[in-house]
Design a protein around this ligand. Sequence first.
Ligand code: HEC
Ligand code: HEC
Length: 175
Amino acid sequence: MPRKLAVAALLFVSIALFSTASARQDMAPAQQPAPKPGQSAQRQPMPKPTNLQVLPKNIPVADLTATMRGFTKALGVECQFCHTRDPQTNKPNFASDANPDKGIARTMIVMTKEINSKYLSQVKDPDATPADKTVTCGTCHRGNSMPMPFSPVAGMGEHADHDHPGAPTPDKKPQ
Ligand code: HEC
Ligand code: HEC
């Protein structure tokens, strides 16, 4: 049992490492040669963004990279889910808007920002931690490119009444 667990953990770690490595390679400019073994791919200069329309134009490259990695994790996808590849070179073209999912993602970025700045900022709830007050892509997507429809667990929300028939629930106002 612990052995199985260790194997699973190792597999997970190598998958995580592999996806990071391939993302880094994708970030490398087209004319850069592949990194030599032992040489860190992260040292390669990132191309300066040329087509930012909703993210801050002066966003530090490290923050842009972190944001993009966050998208892949929140939606359970690879970079090319939103970015096209040049059919000739097979290199990603991050500045291109040819992939419609990139356009959808722009709308989502603006929507998410607005939920936080316009609405959640208005909610005065002493129980809420800053994390509670922040909607992210993952809040809705939870690792799926298309958010899953919510199906309530049968009986959920009715326990209080069934377990204590007649007992007043604090949230319920008297009829
Ligand atoms: C869910 C969709 C989505 C995913 C997945 C995604 N991106 Fe992006 N990316 C975008 C959007 C949208 C923009 C443009 C943002 C804007 O207009 O401000 C962008 C912009 C960029 C840019 C700037 C391009 C330019 O020149 O303007 C780079 C570089 C980039 N992404 C790299 C990546 C990498 C690398 C990954 C994978 C780790 C990735 N992206 C994953 C949606 C995505
Ligand atoms: C409030 C919930 C919510 C949040 C937050 C949210 N999304 Fe979405 N997203 C949706 C819903 C609902 C859809 C389906 C809408 C549709 O396709 O018409 C969707 C669809 C998408 C799609 C299209 C998926 C497909 O398979 O066609 C992309 C890409 C996407 N979202 C990216 C993002 C990114 C990136 C973020 C964070 C910046 C984000 N979303 C935040 C609810 C959300």
